[in-house]
Ligand binder design. Sequence first.
Ligand SMILES: C[S@@+](CC[C@H](N)C(=O)[O-])C[C@H]1O[C@@H](n2cnc3c(N)ncnc32)[C@H](O)[C@@H]1O
Length: 161
Amino acid sequence: MIDKARENARKGNYRNVEFRLGEIENLPVADNTVDLLISNCVINLAPNKKRVFEEAFRVLKPGGRLLISDIVLLKKLPETIKKSRTAYVGCVSGATMKNEYLALLKDAGFQEVSIIEEAHFPAETIIAEAAAEGVGSSKTFNAEEIASSIASVKVCGVKPK
Ligand SMILES: C[S@@+](CC[C@H](N)C(=O)[O-])C[C@H]1O[C@@H](n2cnc3c(N)ncnc32)[C@H](O)[C@@H]1O
């Protein structure tokens, strides 16, 4: 991905961009150097979200902003779905409860934390597949009902000056 991004930047003659390989829990960026941090659908996959938000806070400049698009839960998932690999790679079972997500951001030090957009995440197929993996358990799942408790959100926050 990094090679492809560099190649595309070269082809497009974009000289003001740089691509660094890293983990979201260990950003390859110095403290207090970033104006704006964006992320799309990655944090739900990180088991240690507290660490991710602390890293975001570390690298942002005072007054720097964060804008994240991610998946959160409005209700807890059934255990079978929670344990499903399909649901994990589908950005469902690694997601945390919406209120916990916002609390983690605030605990990391962010202010003005708010959800600026919230939409239904169409996870019905992922849930149905994950439920099918759990066949053998006596439980039956209503994919639509479970999917209705999963949301796609855009969240913003500011590192205080
Ligand atoms: C659903 S994709 C989103 C990709 C991209 N942000 C986009 O909008 O198209 C999730 C991405 O997160 C990456 N990822 C998962 N865990 C990560 C971690 N701990 N640190 C950095 N990237 C991670 C995966 O490799 C994958 O590329």
